[in-house]
Each structure stands twice: as structure tokens, then as C-alpha cells.
Design a protein around this ligand. Structure first.
Ligand SMILES: C[S@@+](CC[C@H](N)C(=O)[O-])C[C@H]1O[C@@H](n2cnc3c(N)ncnc32)[C@H](O)[C@@H]1O
Length: 308
């Protein structure tokens, strides 16, 4: 149950690592990116890893015990500023976000992320917080379920599937991934032969249960606040909704303020906080042949400017 880090050399190059800098890996996972950052750092450099998943934190603690330049914090990255405050760290020299779920999370049936392996219907990255997918499926109205499937999964049969879920739960509680995946598959009048019929719905429910898009929004704004001038922000996303959000947030933070064009700009006007670096980067054919997970990965890079 290992995790192959995606776009690893590209992300490292993007971060422009200085030997004595402090770097933040917002999505530690199994530490592939963190370890590569540590390998580029000198003795006084540091990497702070964050992850909301307790099983990733266990791996991070082991790494911290073996390498004193590394520390892990169990938190969602939307709270990265308070994590840094608690460690007495102000600004950092580079920040990485490698969004989404890790291979161990998908592979462990007990986590309930996968429609391919039967397990309890959970889907929380942090099972110690919030509502599981089963609890939400048990109480949500059909309209709410349909909205989630449509907004987060662009699932065209969202209403039919939601109705089927509500009908099925009258007969018995929906508590396993295979129950849900069967209900979703049976509710679809047409199937895409290249995709499991539950793909979109499971992804939508996962994004919703973990509040993933609002995490990205809050995490990016906190990351911009904590980047040292000249520091790089590198974000890898795997989902088109996620990437759209990242693209917009970086673009907005790199634009001059949109004032009234007829009025002179006040002297104290805020300058943009970011400068975009290059275009979006995707995995090359070599990486794709070794790691199919890299297929949908998109890396976007920006640099913190001397904004007012
Ligand atoms: C794609 S994996 C990262 C893999 C990692 N770069 C590696 O090489 O092993 C994403 C990780 O980020 C964590 N994660 C996702 N969203 C998070 C959030 N909002 N806050 C903290 N951790 C998050 C997940 O629990 C998962 O372990």
C-alpha cells in the first residue's frame, strides 16, 4: 500500500529549494514529496508536514523520529496558519499541496473510499472528525443528494440516483461501499463502457464529505499569507473542479486590483500578491507509463511578490 509521488521532479524544481529554508508540505500522505525536499535541504533546513489523516500522521511521526529536520502536524491545511503559529514559525520559503486522496487511502477497503472493494461506507480522510458518508446518506433529502452528485461529480443521472438511494434506504440502511455502488449502478439507464458507473458519484460524495473544495480555497489563501517574498507555491490537483478553483485563485491573486479605470490609483493600493510561474504542467509519457494515477494531475506554480 505505497503511494508513488506524482510530478515529483517538477514539483521540486517549482519550489526552488534553498538549503536552509523552511518548507511546508500541506499533504504529507506517505511523505514522497517531503522526503525529496529533505534530500535537497542542508542541516538547518526544515520541512513541516501536514495531513488530516491519522494514518499519514503515524508515518510522519516515524519520519520525524528518524530526521529531526522534519515535523508532522495532524490538521487540515485550511488551518495551516495556526499549525505554523504553534510551531513558532512565521513565513515559509515554499509550500506544496498535492491534493486529493493517497493510494493507501483508496486501497484500504476499511476507509470506504472505493467502489471496487467492499468496506464500511466512511470516506472521511480524518475518521476522527465530521460525518461519515453512511451517516450523511442516511439523513440527506433526495434533493441534497442530487445536488451533491451534480455539483461535485457532474453526474448526469444525479436525480435518478438520489431517488434510488432514498428508496433503497427505506428497505435497509446503506452502510457499505458495495451496497451504494450497486444502487448507483442499477439507477443508471446508460453506462459508459470505459468507466465504472459509480465513479462520478463516489468522487462527488468524497469531495462533499471532506469539504475538499472549501479546504482548497481556504488553504490557498492561508498559504499566500504565509509565503516569504520570493517563495514558491506549487499545487497539484487531480480533479477538474479542483484545478479550476486553483487556477482562478492563483490568477486572482496575481492580478492588479481592478479599480475604476477613470480614477487615479491611490498610492497605497495593494499590489498583486503572486506572480504566476509558467503554464500548467502535466505528467510526461514516461511517468504515465509507470503511474496511471498521474493521468489527471495538473501542477500550477506561483511566486510570492513584494505586495503591499
Ligand atoms: C495525494 S496524497 C499526498 C501524497 C504525498 N505527496 C506523497 O508523496 O506521499 C494527499 C494527502 O493529503 C491529505 N489531505 C487531503 N486534503 C487535505 C486537507 N484539506 N488537509 C490536510 N490533509 C489533506 C490526504 O489525507 C492525503 O494523505
Amino acid at each position: 500500500m505505497s503511494h508513488i509521488p506524482v510530478l515529483l521532479p517538477e514539483a521540486l524544481t517549482a519550489l526552488c529549494i534553498q538549503g536552509d529554508g523552511i518548507y511546508l508540505d500541506c499533504t504529507f500522505g506517505r511523505g514522497g514529496h517531503s522526503k525529496a525536499m529533505l534530500a535537497e535541504l542542508g542541516q538547518s533546513g526544515r520541512v513541516i508536514g501536514l495531513d488530516r489523516d491519522p494514518s499519514a500522521v503515524v508515518v510522519g511521526e516515524e519520519l520525524g523520529a528518524a530526521d529531526p529536520r522534519f515535523q508532522i502536524v495532524h490538521t487540515a491545511f485550511s488551518a495551516l496558519e495556526s499549525a505554523l503559529d504553534q510551531l513558532g514559525i512565521g513565513q515559509v520559503h515554499g509550500i506544496l499541496m498535492d491534493l486529493g486522496v493517497s493510494s493507501p487511502q483508496l486501497d484500504d477497503a476499511e476507509r470506504g473510499f472505493s467502489f471496487q472493494a467492499d468496506g464500511p461506507l466512511d470516506m472521511r480522510m480524518d475518521p476522527t472528525h465530521g460525518e461519515s458518508a453512511a451517516a450523511w446518506i442516511a439523513r440527506a433529502e433526495a434533493e441534497e443528494i442530487a445536488n451533491v452528485l451534480w455539483v461535485f461529480g457532474e453526474e448526469r443521472f444525479s436525480r435518478r440516483i438520489a431517488r434510488a438511494i432514498v428508496d433503497a434506504r427505506l428497505l435497509e440502511p446503506i452502510v457499505t461501499t458495495s451496497q451504494l455502488s450497486r444502487i448507483i449502478a442499477n439507477a443508471q439507464p446508460k453506462r459508459d463502457p470505459n468507466k465504472h458507473p459509480a465513479t462520478r458519484a463516489f468522487q462527488a460524495i468524497r469531495l462533499f464529505i471532506n469539504g475538499e473544495l472549501s479546504e482548497v480555497e481556504q488553504g490557498l489563501s492561508a498559504a499566500i499569507n504565509r509565503l516569504e517574498v520570493g517563495g514558491r507555491l506549487a499545487v497539484i490537483s487531480f480533479h477538474s473542479l479542483e484545478d479550476r478553483l486553483v487556477k482562478r485563485a492563483l490568477r486572482d491573486a496575481s492580478r492588479p486590483p481592478q479599480g475604476d479605470p477613470r480614477m487615479p490609483l491611490p498610492e497605497t493600493v495593494a499590489r498583486p500578491k503572486l506572480k504566476l510561474i509558467g503554464k500548467a504542467i502535466k505528467a510526461g509519457s514516461d511517468e504515465l507509463s509507470k503511474n496511471p494515477r498521474a493521468r489527471s494531475a495538473v501542477l500550477r506554480i506561483a511566486e510570492r511578490t513584494e505586495a503591499a
